[in-house]
Design a protein around this ligand. Structure first.
Ligand code: 4AD
Ligand code: MG
Length: 425
């Protein structure tokens, strides 16, 4: 039988079953008459130990080569693994030119170095772990929403010319929430961010949800906190080794920081309070905090520290700062909208969302002020025909992975990062 490395390693009471395993050689070691190989196929962090006798030529078996091994699964004598594969036949599928191969056996290459090889870096332990976590988190997010969701919306419409890349699926999700009540979407979104920052990509994945009959920001924040915590717990229990590798080798202390986030209730402060806090510390900042101005990354990071490294919701932003669809709080003298951002340690803004303006006349005026009335008649229609209070949010998926794994640069949590002037692959 053909087995993945993961399944081979999981075999209980191995007793000489004949199996075939395919993968890439991670290490070769010869000892007297015996040859030890470690073979990895990406199905787990751990590699399968293959034991061969001296009839196999070790010069053929280079680090990085792809191989197919047939043999018997047996209990291992070593304490380090449960089972090993006693080779009967080893076939080199594709040779690896070890001299030219950019990764060296037993060397731990920094993430910046690996980034130069987007086509090869997924063969390393660390990228392997990050991308397995990414895959688990994707599945966990889908299952978080599955019981409540009826439909997944494709955001793009290719039949209108010109074609645009979507920056968000929100407005289309609002259409769907007007029929299916609770909906979500999870797909690529695009921003022409002219930024070399560690948390911006030109193409990133966003999880967006929209909920009808939603009355308050409180209810929205509950869903956000639930999504973050449930997804993270699922990932932690489904791929603990991969998470541990990232925590141990990339971000020492991250395990505790993450636990701290999971066991505490997220905090809530208003934008106005946030600005007051920042003003007390204005000597720390390049950008002077003031009411009516956007929060900068440095401000976000300070606020999270100030809150004891617990994720914090900032709510009720100035109306003038926010897009036309956010719900007017009708307050004075400071005029705000029911917007919410979640700021998290290490990353800053992770979620953005709001209650939506569901009142026809309010929305009509906001659209007029933005000069968008004509283009958004269909959006106004949603308020003419059975409008409901509703709200939603978007979470940047790569920033989520950065946050839980403690990875400094967003380019390391997506297989093929696209950013300003750079599309290596
Ligand atoms: O705050 P944003 O722009 O919100 C929206 O697009 C709303 N329409 C979402 C909604 O309510 N349905 O983006 C949401 C999140 C941000 O909080 C951030 O985590 C992430 O998307 N994000 C980016 N991630 C990586 N690279 C970029 N250039 C990003 N821009 C936003
Ligand atoms: Mg935002």
């Amino acid at each position: 039988a053909k087995l993945s490395v993961r399944d081979a390693l999981g075999t209980q009471n191995a007793s000489g079953e004949r199996v075939k395993v395919q993968g890439w050689i991670r290490s070769v070691r010869s000892q007297k008459e015996i040859l030890f190989l470690h073979v990895n196929d990406g199905s787990s962090l751990e590699s399968l130990q293959v034991v061969a006798d001296s009839s196999f030529d070790s010069r053929e078996l280079a680090f990085g080569s792809s191989v197919e091994v047939q043999g018997q699964l047996v209990k291992s004598l070593s304490k380090r693994q449960n089972v090993e594969l006693k080779a009967e036949k080893i076939e080199v599928v594709g040779n690896c030119d070890a001299k030219a191969f950019p990764f060296k056996y037993k060397e731990r290459h920094p993430l910046e170095y690996l980034r130069q090889y987007p086509h090869l870096r997924c063969r390393t332990n660390v990228l392997g772990s990050i991308l397995r976590v990414r895959s688990e988190a994707t599945a966990a997010i889908h299952s978080f929403f599955q019981p409540s969701s009826k439909i997944k919306v494709p955001e793009e419409n290719f039949f209108n010319v010109p074609v645009f890349l979507t920056v968000s699926g929100q407005l289309h999700l609002e259409v769907m929430s007007g029929a299916f009540t609770q909906v979500f979407t999870f797909g690529p979104t695009f921003r022409a961010e002219n930024s070399q920052s560690r948390r911006h990509l030109a193409e990133f994945y966003m999880v967006e949800a929209e909920i009808s009959f939603l009355e308050s920001l409180q209810d929205l924040m509950q869903v956000v906190e639930g999504l973050f915590k449930t997804t993270t717990m699922t990932v932690l229990s489904n791929c603990p080794e991969d998470v541990e590798l990232c925590h141990k080798f990339i971000a020492p202390g991250q395990k505790d920081r993450l636990e701290h986030m999971l066991k505490n209730n997220f905090l809530i402060i208003s934008y106005t309070e946030a600005v007051e806090i920042l003003k007390q510390a204005s000597q720390n900042f390049t950008f002077t905090p003031e009411w009516g101005a956007d929060l900068h990354t440095e401000h976000e990071k300070y606020l999270v520290k100030h809150c004891g490294d617990i994720p914090v919701f900032v709510i009720n932003y100035p109306l003038a700062l926010k897009p036309f669809y956010m719900r007017d709080n009708e307050d004075s003298p400071q005029h705000t909208v029911a917007a919410v951002d979640l700021l998290v340690p290490g990353v800053g803004e992770l979620f953005g969302g709001s209650l939506r303006e569901e009142r026809y006349h309010f929305l009509e005026q906001r659209l007029a002020r933005s000069g968008l009335t004509e283009a958004y008649q269909w959006y106004l229609d949603l308020r003419r025909f059975g409008s409901v209070p509703h709200g939603g949010f978007g979470m940047g998926f790569e920033r989520y992975l950065q946050c839980i794994l403690g990875i400094d640069n967003i380019k390391d949590v997506i297989p093929f990062p696209r950013f300003t002037h750079s599309c290596l692959l």
